[in-house]
Design a protein. Structure first.
Length: 319
């Protein structure tokens, strides 16, 4: 069965991924500003995948949600569909906790364990605030046989005078010394106040020299509504003493601000040009919920986009 990570508009990828103790976070700006789930008001959301062999839409997964009196999700669990047995199987569950201001303070992620025939703790995310601003996000993993939460990673967030995120520092936990170590840092640069950052410097911590060293840079562009339309990622080459293009992402939106096309490109150093790599297109209903998503890969031999996967989202059991 295909991995559940494919659906990025259901549970967020960053939430689905269970970070191992030795895992190294990718050089991506930690962000949680996107909605956790598509069709956020639905008790049950079905995801259908196009089955080319039968030329039909088949079940892929479903999300079952519970809400509190403020219409905030308190539980969201995912079941995958087993085509061979025509049955639903438990996969992942998340529970959310909020403070009196409605801020999310805790997310517990559990995976279904077939051996125990029960949900098993996997990851705990705890968000600490200073006023209304997130100051620390702590990630912990559940460890057996001691059955306790173990620190793995944390984000430390600082803000500028305008209240915008200025830096995000990632620490990794050293279980041998019971201490936190610097790992990566993101420094945002703003051309003017109250506007999104136009560039981000990415730094790695050198444990031997005990200082921050430049790893790369993001160049960001936006439309008139403040929606990001382009992100270029560059890697710093120490020997050449300059930044080298690596990846580029382009986003297109409809009139209501929904992403309708997302294109990923990689830089070809030999030809000194950007090459298509992957993309997706999306359609929405009048309530601005995603109803269909098509994923493509670029065929360099034919110079054409080829459909990789097609998904539809609905609250109805059948489409």
């Amino acid at each position: 069965m295909k991995t559940m990570m494919k659906i990025t508009m259901g549970l967020m990828v960053s939430v689905l991924m269970i970070t191992s103790i030795n895992a190294q976070p990718k050089s991506e700006i930690p962000t949680e500003k996107d909605n956790k789930m598509n069709w956020a008001n639905a008790d049950t959301l079905y995801t259908f995948q196009y089955h080319e062999a039968s030329d039909s839409w088949v079940y892929f997964q479903r999300e079952i949600r519970r809400f509190n009196d403020e219409d905030q999700p308190t539980e969201n669990f995912v079941q995958a569909y087993d085509l061979e047995n025509n049955s639903w199987t438990n996969y992942l569950r998340q529970n959310y906790v909020y403070d009196k201001h409605g801020n999310e303070t805790e997310v517990i992620t559990q995976r279904w364990n077939e051996d125990f025939d029960d949900w098993v703790n996997a990851r705990l995310k705890t968000i600490n605030y200073k006023g209304r601003k997130r100051e620390e996000i702590l990630f912990q993993e559940w460890k057996r046989p001691t059955n306790e939460w173990f620190n793995t990673m944390r984000y430390l967030i600082t803000y500028n005078d305008e209240g915008e995120e200025y830096s995000i520092t990632i620490n990794l936990y050293d279980g041998a010394t019971y201490s936190w170590n610097n790992y990566k840092r993101f420094l945002m640069d703003f051309e003017s106040s109250f506007l999104p950052p136009t560039s981000v410097i990415v730094e790695n911590w050198n444990r031997e020299k005990r200082n921050w060293e430049t790893e790369g840079k993001y160049m960001l562009s936006y439309n008139g509504r403040g929606k990001k339309t382009e992100e270029i990622r560059l890697t710093y080459n120490n020997s050449m003493r300059r930044f080298i293009e690596g990846m580029k992402f382009n986003m297109s939106y409809d009139k209501k601000g929904n992403v309708v096309e997302y294109v990923e490109k990689k830089y070809d150093l030999t030809n000194k040009s950007w090459m298509n790599f992957a993309k997706y297109t999306a359609s929405y209903n009048e309530m601005q919920y995603m109803t269909e998503k098509v994923e493509y890969t670029w065929n360099r031999n034919t110079n054409q986009w080829e459909v990789e996967e097609r998904y539809k989202f609905s609250t109805e059991k059948n489409i």
